[in-house]
Design a protein around this ligand. Structure first.
Ligand SMILES: Cc1cc2nc3c(=O)[nH]c(=O)nc-3n(C[C@H](O)[C@H](O)[C@H](O)COP(=O)(O)OP(=O)(O)OC[C@H]3O[C@@H](n4cnc5c(N)ncnc54)[C@H](O)[C@@H]3O)c2cc1C
Length: 373
């Protein structure tokens, strides 16, 4: 088949490799280009927690190898700031913390070596039959994958309908120097303003490092955004109950708008939406990219199982298989966000009960880990 991928982020590039290795002719379009990012000495502010399923897929694609920029984590300690409830997940290989740009660079290397055609251009729209409209040209494809991130401009112009899932928030992310070592433990605290996570990073120049993700309601975010980075670091040290001691930003933190969304349908004829184009979720348990790599794994299996199927059947099958995972994760993230923000006594009780139950029962912890990819 002649396959076109719209979007050269990590999910689009992984999808391109999977399609090419299944024997198809693949072209990727991305108006922002295909240059690898130059990574500085300090870890970039955008870091992903990737689960074993995502890293296995990346390893199969030749895009995962031990590296000094990758940090394994063996446990995750979650506490509630307004009760004594807590839960700890422990597993020899719970997952890895890695810069998002590092992952994309690895995939770009594989794509460049594989001979996949990369075009730095914008597609205006695509018909359900697979005709791509460019500014001055038209191209026909048998199967088109939309992986252009949250904005989904081309997908919307091609007939996909976005369902707004609400939860408008803003996250602050950044790399922090910390006083105490993290011992490979991810820390998360549910605060009245929103969940704050300090994720382990490799040490740098004999100093300890963690990556911050703090999702905040818009009003609080606007207030905190006015603080100096020293004041913000102090707030984070205090709010995280000094779990990693005194914290200090090593580069400027970044503020990122958050919300949840999905598409009414993920497939239209021979068109398939995956990654953040198909599902935007809150980064509560760091699941977005893991869900996207899950979409790619499902595409890989479908192409292998039905080697001579047409594009519309592949699109339909992948969309059907992924629907349950995507819906479940979005629902759970929304529920978590409501329950862990609320000050209502009943919800507080529920929150405490949920964490205690998870802490006591290994099967519940395994289920949550399974969801986390
Ligand atoms: C604060 C925060 C923390 C997160 N932490 C985690 C985590 O710990 N673990 C995890 O799994 N996930 C995490 N995520 C989610 C993760 O960042 C996303 O799920 C992931 O980036 C989605 O990848 P993607 O390739 O679908 O989209 P993107 O990374 O957005 O890539 C989209 C690509 O499409 C291109 N593009 C844009 N417009 C067009 C167009 N019109 N035509 C063609 N190409 C186009 C862009 O240039 C880009 O290359 C986090 C997200 C946030 C906001």
């Amino acid at each position: 088949m002649k396959i076109v991928i719209i979007g050269g982020g990590s999910i689009g590039l992984a999808a391109a490799l999977v399609c090419q290795r299944a024997g198809h002719s693949v072209t990727v379009f991305d108006p922002n280009g295909f240059e690898p990012k130059v990574l500085s000495g300090e870890a970039d502010a955008r870091v992903w927690a990737l689960g074993p399923k995502s890293t296995s897929l990346l390893a199969e694609l030749g895009a995962w190898a031990p590296d000094e920029r990758v940090c394994a984590y063996q446990s995750m300690h979650v506490i509630d700031a307004r009760s004594d409830a807590k839960v700890t997940f422990t597993e020899p290989a719970l997952g890895y913390l890695v810069e998002a740009d590092w992952v994309r660079n690895q995939l770009l290397t594989q794509v460049t070596e594989s001979g996949i055609h990369c075009v730095c251009d914008r597609i205006e729209s695509v018909s359900e039959g697979g005709v791509l409209i460019l500014q001055n040209d038209q191209i026909a494809a048998d199967f088109v994958v939309f992986a252009e991130g949250r904005q989904a401009h081309t997908a919307i112009a091609s007939g996909f309908e976005v369902v707004d899932g609400g939860y408008r928030q803003r996250a602050v992310v950044g790399t922090l120097r910390c006083e105490h070592p993290h011992h490979g433990e991810a820390f998360q605290i549910f605060t009245e303003y929103g969940p704050l996570a300090l994720l382990p990073l490799p040490d740098h120049e004999n100093g300890h490092r963690v990556s911050l993700v703090w999702s905040l309601d818009l009003e609080v975010a606007s207030e905190f955004q006015e603080c100096s980075i020293e004041e913000l670091a102090l707030k984070i040290s205090q709010t995280s109950e000094w779990s990693r001691g005194a914290l200090e930003f090593v580069n400027n933190p970044i503020w990122i708008p958050l919300s949840q969304h999905s598409l009414k349908h993920d497939s239209l004829g021979c068109l398939l939406a995956i990654g953040d184009t198909s599902h935007g979720i809150l980064p509560l348990a760091g699941l977005g990219a893991n869900l996207g790599f899950g979409d790619v794994s499902s595409l890989k299996e479908t192409l292998e199982k039905h080697p001579s199927a047409h594009g519309d059947r592949i699109a339909r099958t992948v969309a059907r298989e992924r629907r349950f995972d995507q819906r479940t994760v979005a629902m759970v993230m929304g529920l978590f966000s409501n329950v862990f923000r609320s000050d209502q006594p009943l919800l507080q009780l529920g929150r405490s009960f949920a964490l205690r139950t998870a802490d006591r029962h290994a099967t519940i912890r395994s289920l949550i880990q399974e969801l986390a990819g």
